[in-house]
Design a protein around this ligand. Structure first.
Ligand code: B1M
Length: 212
């Protein structure tokens, strides 16, 4: 976290004003957006998760750090989207049923938009029937699901099953991701692909649609 030490500390402490100021400072200093996200914000959130696991902090502090990261992302979002404008394909994304974590999903969404995909974001706690209903409406190329809890991962195969029942499973590619999700799990539940992070979500989406 060296270059972004002050930013990381502000995020772990949940000091929104300081974190936003540090983000702006990093942008002004010409630091890459990806580096600010990966080495500043995400590393700090990992530290937050670690402290939560050890019982050093609790849900309110975790929430405050999440809010802090979201405020920093507001400054970075326009820079992420600057890159490309053409539509590469349509992506329907959401965090699965029972799961309220949306920072990673939002990041995937922003990176996809930045790479030229048209993204419909269903938000958090999205039940399988909502994925199906919206997929029928917007006819996406990719249905992308995020889960951060091991207890909500089963909502992924449930959603795939719902797409099958609605007769649209073969019309979409299914991508899954989120901290507890693995490539092996993607194979097990017959998703079309797994992406470990927001950057590889874009690479994998392009591969799925045969775009270089
Ligand atoms: Co939660 N939480 N949380 N939490 N939380 C975790 C996930 C946890 C690992 C913390 C811990 O114990 N170490 C743990 C889960 C354990 C498990 O099941 N394996 C946990 C828990 C237990 C809980 C609660 C149950 C706590 C409680 O109430 N007792 C509760 C559950 C609420 C619910 O969802 N029903 C809960 C609540 C919360 C808050 C609401 C307080 C808050 C979320 C706020 C929000 O999102 N708006 C929160 C937070 C902030 C976290 C941690 C600290 C940070 C998550 C985060 O935003 N990371 C997290 C610990 C951690 O992850 N280190 C933790 C930054 C983000 C950029 O990374 O989301 O992993 P991530 O996204 C990555 C990749 O995973 C990937 O790309 C992103 C970046 O490149 N990715 C995809 C994500 N989705 C993808 C989709 C794709 C492809 C890639 O394709 C479709």
């Amino acid at each position: 976290m060296s270059e972004f030490k002050a930013l990381g500390e502000a995020v772990t402490k949940g000091d929104i004003n300081k974190a936003v100021a540090e983000t702006q400072k990093a942008i002004d200093a010409g630091s890459g957006v990806q580096a600010i996200i990966d080495e500043g914000l995400i590393e700090a959130m990992d530290e937050v998760g670690d402290r939560f696991s050890k019982g050093i902090i609790f849900v309110p502090q975790m929430l405050r750090s999440a809010k802090t990261m979201q405020e920093c992302m507001k400054l970075l979002e326009p820079l992420l989207k600057e890159a490309e404008v053409t539509t590469k394909g349509k992506v329907l994304i959401g965090t699965v049923k029972g799961d309220l974590h949306d920072i990673g999903k939002n990041l995937v969404s922003m990176m996809m938009e930045g790479a030229g995909f048209t993204v419909t974001d269903l938000g958090v706690d999205v039940p399988p029937e909502k994925f199906v209903q919206k997929a029928q409406e917007v006819e996406p190329d990719i249905v992308a699901m995020s889960a951060l809890l091991s207890t909500t991962m089963p909502a992924m195969p449930q959603t795939i099953e719902a797409l099958e029942k609605a007769g649209i499973r073969d019309k979409v590619q299914v991508m899954i991701g989120g901290a507890p999700v693995t490539a092996k799990y993607a194979q097990e539940i017959k998703a079309d692909c797994y992406a470990a992070d927001a950057g590889s979500a874009v690479t994998e989406a392009k591969k799925l649609l045969g775009i270089s």
